[in-house]
Design a protein around this ligand. Structure first.
Ligand code: GLU
Length: 469
């Protein structure tokens, strides 16, 4: 049997972390077993579904590298098919028309609440002959006896008595099919063998199994993934900060770091934390997913992000860093090679946003000195080392890190100063703040002209300081 999984988001917002984790597990399962991964857009809620949201979902999937083999299929394009199935069920007596008034249904609900029972439809119209030309809904004739049993791939055996399930509406008064009906028709038509989804759908599963059975269709296997909680123990939501996948891109996360983080939400392999995509495919399996909810931990995500920034090929990081430079209004072709900048900064940033910020000085003069750094390092005693360095930098022939290193060394020797007493004022002069890669690499990448210009700026700062003292 070829395994076929699907991701079936409702396009009513962006692709969020929970959805991405569901997609990832379905995708991994298909990839592992040589199966196919189908993308289905469940856009039947016309009021809440938007084209922007569809785009955001597709964008998020692409960014994370979860390519789908089939789709995207849109449920709104399949209404005829759903209605065909509903009519078939009606014909076979497996569904029936119901025209119970809203008042009657409200009364039923009220009564159930008073008796502390679960509100459920009482089957009033089951055996009535409702005029199809009058307003009505269509209900599925749920079996009244026995129970639905399934072996959940994550949670194990689940059994629900049929008398707990009422006759759910499968077609609304306006003629539109409902969620449970369309999902079942799609999963069946699309040959889905494994439905991997969030456990917020677990109550729908027995109903869906009953409909599939009534349709005489194969019932897929189900795996319901545990919830993701925020650090306060409540279900992860917007108020826990960025939960949109694309927000993580904006915030300077690498897709591989987020994927690695997501795979560990509810799944583990010994105490291994770092997984390449290939390793995920090799090691993941649905029956090793945890039953318990997992908590989202931003610190850990940051740690992974830093790990991938450090360990990845600099050219790859440069490629991802480029748009973040653009956001600072920097065109990385107008300055040092971005790959060289990445090599210099790889150990120094947790996110690409941070890396862009600490690398801007390679491409343009800083506006102001960092106050503390200037106060501490650009003092009158720094005048002489800076002047000497300026002379030396202006005339050095070879502009290489080695030669520049030697230059700083020579000036320090000449002035009988420790190297730090020369290098640190020089760094603040060239960078505008106290931290940067090693001084030789910093000078080398900033370039001669900018170095000289910025040293002048530092000397001016020192003069002003002397005057006002
Ligand atoms: N469209 C549903 C949702 O976004 C998922 C349905 C399913 O996976 O069966 O919650």
């Amino acid at each position: 049997m070829t395994i076929r999984t699907r991701f079936a988001p409702s396009p009513t917002g962006y692709l969020h972390v929970g959805g991405a984790r569901t997609a990832l597990f379905s995708w991994l399962y298909a990839r592992k077993h040589g199966g196919a991964f189908v993308l289905r857009i469940e856009d039947t809620d016309l009021e809440r579904s938007t084209a922007e949201s569809v785009n955001a979902i597709l964008e998020g999937m692409t960014w994370l590298g979860m390519e789908y083999d089939e789709g995207p299929f849109y449920q709104t394009k399949r209404f005829d098919r759903y209605n065909e199935v509903i009519d078939e069920l009606l014909e076979k007596g497996l569904a029936y028309r119901c025209n119970c008034s809203k008042e009657r249904l409200d009364d039923l609900r009220e009564e159930a609440m008073q008796n502390k029972q679960k509100p459920r439809y009482d089957g009033h119209c089951r055996d009535l002959d409702i005029d199809p030309s009058q307003p009505h809904v269509v209900r599925f004739r749920n079996p009244q006896e026995g129970s639905v049993v399934f072996e959940d791939l994550v949670r194990g055996r689940i059994e629900i008595a049929n008398d707990e399930l009422d006759d759910l509406i499968i077609r609304r008064t306006d003629g539109s099919p409902t969620y449970n009906l369309s999902v079942v028709v799609d999963d069946s038509d699309m040959g889905i063998t494994h439905v991997i989804r969030g456990d917020d759908h677990i109550n729908n599963t027995p109903r869906q199994i009953n409909i599939l059975t009534a349709m005489d269709k194969e019932v897929p296997q189900f795996g319901h993934l545990p919830m993701i909680l925020g650090d306060d123990g409540a279900r992860l939501s917007k108020r826990h900060g960025a939960v949109s996948v694309m927000q993580y891109m904006e915030d300077g996360f690498l897709p591989e770091a987020l994927l690695n983080y997501l795979v560990r939400l509810g799944w583990s392999y010994g105490d291994q934390e770092v997984f390449s995509v290939d390793e995920m495919i090799q090691l993941f399996d649905i029956d090793t997913v945890n039953k318990a909810a997992s908590s989202f931990n931003t610190e850990k995500l940051l740690w992974l992000n830093q790990h991938y920034i450090k360990e990845s090929d600099p050219a790859h990081i440069a490629h991802l860093l480029s748009p973040h430079m653009g956001r600072l209004d920097i065109d990385p072709t107008e300055g040092p090679d971005l790959v060289e900048v990445v090599k210099a900064q790889q150990e120094r940033a947790q996110t690409l946003v941070e890396m862009a910020e600490i690398s801007a000085f390679f491409y343009r003069d800083y506006d102001e000195f960092d106050e503390n750094a200037a106060k501490k390092n650009l003092r009158p005693v720094a005048r002489e080392p800076l002047e000497e360095m300026k002379l030396a930098l202006a005339s050095v022939e070879e502009w290489t890190p080695e030669a520049l290193h030697q230059l700083v060394q020579d000036v320090s020797n000449q002035l009988e100063l420790k190297m730090g007493k020369v290098a640190q004022p020089l760094r603040v002069a060239v960078v505008g703040r106290a931290a940067s890669p090693s001084i030789d690499i910093t000078l080398y990448l900033v370039g001669r002209e900018a170095c000289l210009r910025r040293i002048d700026k530092a000397l001016e700062y020192i003069s002003k300081r002397e005057q006002s003292a």
